[in-house]
Ligand binder design. Structure first.
Ligand code: TXA
Ligand code: MG
Length: 348
């Protein structure tokens, strides 16, 4: 299959030059095809959440295990009434505050409008309203809910640019929308609202503190290593380049970390400030200018992992950022990508 590429950037959208392309995308989705679409977190692989055949195509293009449910994307709160039960006013308050934006809510599922495959036959559903103007315009134009996991091959880093989607899925999906890159660069925060108190099932750019400020109540967290993962997806290996990736906790502080690796080619990913410790300057990728710029690092992380994957590095080291509320999502994805290969550096 030749994958179609529609170019729709935010600027074109403003000038209303995109109607024909939006019509074509809608037709493809109505007919059960799947399409890579931009969102502000990462690119998604979208299909009609009501159509079992479309959902099957999403799982098979990604090579995703069928027990890992998809997030359903919408453009207006009214759409929720079609497939979720009446929600608590606290959830609506959170939606009004953070949507459109990088947070998904897990809610009890209602009725049989959505394909059972979309939610991996669970009795709950994760929903999100993205803010990327082009993703949002597509959702508005189709006006039915779109299931969309990240548009990468299962196990690879999520795509933050349409080129990453094409690298992974060219020939495997009907089409890809080439648009502006994702501004956040990490997947949405997932908040489980099926039980009280609400719990964060996956950390993301919207932090626990921000949620608590709006709720004026405590929000729980899914603790790593606990018996039952709240989000089925959290149990799978993720975001990994082909080479071993090792995180240096406390940060890269000298060249000494890399002794003992013989003739292996060493790739380094970290803030600009650690460039001087890279044994091989050509295999250094900068994530951000200062060590505390977690947002910039988050935006660049997946592209850096993809670039290293294609490089000649035999082993990759990544800077462990200092651990706090604002770096939590970033460090969560870094740990997942390393598969828990950790070097204890300086204590924080
Ligand atoms: O930012 C994002 O959330 C992106 C963009 C495209 O919206 N999507 C995304 O989807 O990251 P995906 O499929 O890569 O991750 C969805 C996560 C998985 O960990 C999955 O297990 C969890 O959400 N999830 C989905 N539905 C769930 C449910 N009903 N109960 C528990 N976890 C659920
Ligand atoms: Mg994913």
């Amino acid at each position: 299959m030749d994958t179609k590429v529609w170019e729709i950037n935010i600027e074109q959208l403003k000038h209303d030059e995109t109607q024909d392309k939006l019509d074509e995308i809608k037709t493809a989705l109505v007919y059960g095809e799947v399409v890579g679409i931009p969102t502000e977190t990462v690119y998604g692989l979208a299909g009609d959440a009501r159509n079992a055949e479309a959902i099957h195509k999403i799982f098979s293009a990604k090579g995703r295990p069928g027990d890992n449910p998809l997030i359903v994307h919408i453009h207006s709160l009214e759409q929720l009434d079609d497939f979720t039960v009446q929600r608590d006013s606290r959830v609506t308050a959170l939606m009004n505050h953070f949507w459109p934006g990088p947070i998904s809510f897990i809610l009890p599922l209602k009725g049989s409008m959505l394909s059972g495959k979309t939610v991996a036959e669970l009795s709950s559903v994760a929903v999100r309203m993205p803010s990327h103007p082009v993703g949002h315009a597509i959702l508005e134009h189709v006006d039915f809910p779109l299931a969309a996991p990240s548009a990468n091959l299962s196990g690879k880093p999520s795509p933050t640019d349409h080129k990453h989607v094409i690298d992974d899925l060219n020939g495997k999906v009907y089409g890809v929308v080439a648009s502006d890159p994702a501004t956040y660069g990490l997947e949405s925060t997932v908040l489980d609202c099926t039980q009280y108190p609400y719990r964060i099932a996956r950390p993301g750019s919207i932090t626990k503190e921000e949620l608590e400020n709006v709720l004026e109540e405590t929000v729980g967290k899914h603790e790593p290593g606990s018996e039952q993962p709240v989000s089925p997806g959290m149990k799978y290996k993720h975001y990994a380049p082909r080479q071993p990736l090792i995180v240096i906790e406390g940060g890269i502080r000298s060249k000494a970390h890399f002794k003992g690796y013989g003739t292996q080619k060493i790739g380094i990913i970290g803030p600009e400030t650690v460039r001087e410790y890279a044994p091989n300057e050509a295999l250094f990728i900068s994530l951000c200018s200062s060590e505390a710029d977690y947002r910039e690092a988050a935006r660049n992380l997946y592209a850096a992992l993809r670039k290293m994957d294609k490089s000649e590095a035999d082993v990759i080291f990544i800077h462990g950022f200092s651990k706090n509320e604002d770096s939590e999502a970033l460090m969560n994805r870094i740990y997942k990508a390393t598969g828990d290969k950790i070097i204890k550096g300086e204590q924080e």
